[in-house]
Design a protein around this ligand. Structure first.
Ligand SMILES: Cc1ncc(COP(=O)(O)O)c(C=O)c1O
Length: 405
């Protein structure tokens, strides 16, 4: 994603001259999905977009097949089939220890993507500011523009991707409507600690702001890391909006089923936005989602263990090829530092990699408001099977000793 103008002050000239939406003109197409298209064009191994290339669990796929065979093929209730909403509540209670009312506090949506835009459209008014940690998942920039929010960016500083509490405090003001949080984090692999979440909580309470927490990587945690949902902290029960999805945890990114957990008043607004945006997520896949969410604890343990092994495999490949890596504590991406390769910027190196080496990765600039801030970074996804790692290792080995100038 690249923002074309300062979203705080959309250019008046654009407004006058444009035939099309001023909002749509303010951002470009997704860089991540563009890299996927380039990967196809050059027959490159796609380590850009975050989708697994291994199968989804059999029992989840079977549940979807059975749901279609049983003719669960018409609209579900707009805010989600009751069976799935109940399963979401049960799982959240089991994992995070907090109870919600499936009748009034859950909205099933078309992926975490819709969860974020529906939530923002449900709470944002013109002039509202929304704080976004940077680097950020590229959708949050356009989400802010489409919902009419003015984003205020606060840096996560490498190598640990910590934020400066004073910088964060300075970003809050009476104009702050919400802070967007993504933990475990894409692209950095950061997992926000309880102490960090408490700092955020204190500021949300002080300024009467919402948190919108994208927790889609909640089960991808390494080295004993713990995922803490900010809604479980004192003072957040009625101001936290929690978003997750089937996509990553059950390797079904194409199913487009996600959910939003929020207090009744917030949920009522989100449900209205959701209804008129999409009506609802696919009914048979919601039925299968209820089965997925009731998978035993061992499923999540195996998932985390397998992903830890994939992370280490990918770290070995990248470091062996000359990348400096920021070791992720969660999610399934590795942010790298590419300074050593001597390219002008991340874009030119990403294009070289996809065309000449046959590897697609995401240029770091797509995660920053100001592209220059990401010019020494490239992000690699490691939600891949062993044969993909093997092929990637062979191709990346060509970087060693290559004349890159
Ligand atoms: C942080 C984050 N949120 C949301 C999404 C998209 O989620 P979904 O496929 O459920 O819409 C992604 C996908 O890469 C992501 O990285």
């Amino acid at each position: 994603m690249a923002l074309r103008t300062n979203p705080a002050k959309p250019g008046l000239a654009a407004a006058v001259s444009s035939r099309l939406s001023i909002k749509a003109e303010q951002f470009t197409e997704s860089v991540i999905r563009e890299m996927t298209r380039l990967a196809l064009q050059y027959n490159a191994i796609n380590l850009s977009q975050g989708f697994p290339d291994f199968p989804a669990p059999d029992e989840v796929k079977r549940a979807a097949q059975e749901a279609i065979a049983a003719d669960i093929n018409q609209y579900a209730i707009t805010w989600g089939a009751k069976g799935l909403r109940d399963a979401i509540v049960e799982k959240f209670l089991r994992v995070q220890g907090l109870a919600f009312d499936s009748e009034r506090e859950i909205t099933v949506v078309c992926g975490a993507t819709e969860g974020m835009i529906s939530s923002m459209m449900a709470i944002v008014n013109p002039g509202d500011e929304v704080i976004v940690f940077e680097p950020f998942y590229e959708n949050y920039g356009p989400d802010a523009i489409l919902s009419g929010a003015t984003p205020r960016f606060v840096k996560l500083h490498p190598p640990d991707w910590t934020f400066d509490p004073d910088e964060l405090a300075a970003a809050f003001s009476p104009a702050t409507k919400a802070i967007i949080l993504n933990t475990p984090n894409n692209p950095t692999g950061k997992v926000f600690t309880r102490a960090e979440l408490e700092v955020i909580r204190d500021l949300c309470v002080k300024w009467d702001a919402f948190s919108i927490s994208d927790e889609i990587y909640e089960h991808m945690l390494y080295d004993g890391g713990e995922h803490i949902s900010i809604v479980t902290l004192d003072g957040m029960r009625d101001r936290a909006i929690t978003i997750s999805a089937l996509s990553k945890t059950y390797s079904v990114t194409g199913w487009r089923v996600g959910w939003v957990i929020a207090a009744p008043e917030i949920t009522a607004a989100i449900r209205k936005v959701h209804d008129f945006l999409t009506v609802g997520a696919a009914a048979p896949l919601q039925a299968a989602g209820a089965v997925a969410l009731r998978m035993p604890q061992s499923y999540y343990e195996t998932l985390a263990r397998d992903y830890a092994a994939r992370r280490d495999r990918m770290l070995g490949i990248l470091e062996g090829s000359g990348f400096r890596c920021f070791k992720p504590k969660g999610a399934y991406y590795i942010m790298t530092d590419i300074s050593a390769f001597g390219f002008a910027d991340d874009m030119s190196f990403a294009k070289y990699l996809v065309k000449e080496i046959g590897i697609a990765a995401v240029p770091g600039s797509s995660f920053y408001r100001n592209p220059a801030d990401g010019r020494t970074h490239l992000r690699f996804a490691f939600c891949k099977k062993e044969t993909t790692f093997q092929a990637a290792a062979e191709r990346l080995a060509k970087l060693r000793g290559a004349d890159l100038k």
